[in-house]
Design a protein. Structure first.
Length: 197
């Protein structure tokens, strides 16, 4: 769905309701959970950003992921901003590009909640310009004590405009990966000195 003005709360609500029970647009559900099982025929993107080290950084990074800070980019947002990280939750990814907004629907298909890893994967629904899955993961490495923000995705165009302008779509995907990493670094740094829960 493309708009020339920012989507209203009512438009977002209607959009999400229309997508809530729709099927995923790909068959390899959960494939990003195990990177070795990624399907053929898709473009794969992988970005890893070190956020710092130690348990305090890990906890702040997990909290930032729960707040969807990786989508706090100015030119791209996620709605609802307080979507719980739970399987089945549906959200709209809303980028602004070339003077218009687009609404893209995703559903959380799995959650990772381990002692040193926290994250989730979401998959595309019919109202999305791409087809595929993306994983967002915070990982606290036992061997180095480093805390990393890791994005893994596979995708391919699912809309005629995306197919027509695929090189431009790829630029936005690369921009998202870079900006998302910076947003997570800012969020973790902003939490320094805050009592951990």
């Amino acid at each position: 769905m493309f708009l020339f003005t920012p989507p209203t709360a009512e438009q977002l609500k209607t959009f999400l309701e229309s997508q809530a029970r729709q099927p995923l647009t790909y068959t390899a559900e959960g494939a990003t959970r195990l990177a070795a099982a990624l399907p053929d025929g898709y473009t794969v993107d992988h970005t890893r950003v070190v956020l710092g080290s130690g348990e305090a950084v890990f906890r702040r990074a997990c909290a930032a992921l729960r707040r969807w800070e990786m989508f706090n980019l100015g030119w791209l947002t996620c709605h609802p901003c307080d979507t719980p990280i739970e399987v089945g939750q549906v959200m709209a990814i809303v980028p602004w590009h070339f003077g218009f907004w687009s609404l893209n629907a995703c559903r959380i298909v799995y959650v990772i909640a381990e002692e040193r890893r926290f994250g989730f994967g979401y998959g595309t629904l019919p109202a999305h310009v791409e087809s595929g899955e993306e994983r967002f993961l915070i990982e606290w490495e036992a061997s180095t004590d480093a805390v990393a923000y890791d994005i893994l995705a596979f995708s391919r165009p699912a809309h005629p405009l995306t197919q027509l302008a695929y090189p431009v779509a790829r630029l936005f995907q690369w921009r998202f990966a870079a900006d998302s990493g910076r947003a997570m670094r800012r969020a973790v740094a902003a939490g320094e000195g805050t009592p951990e829960k």
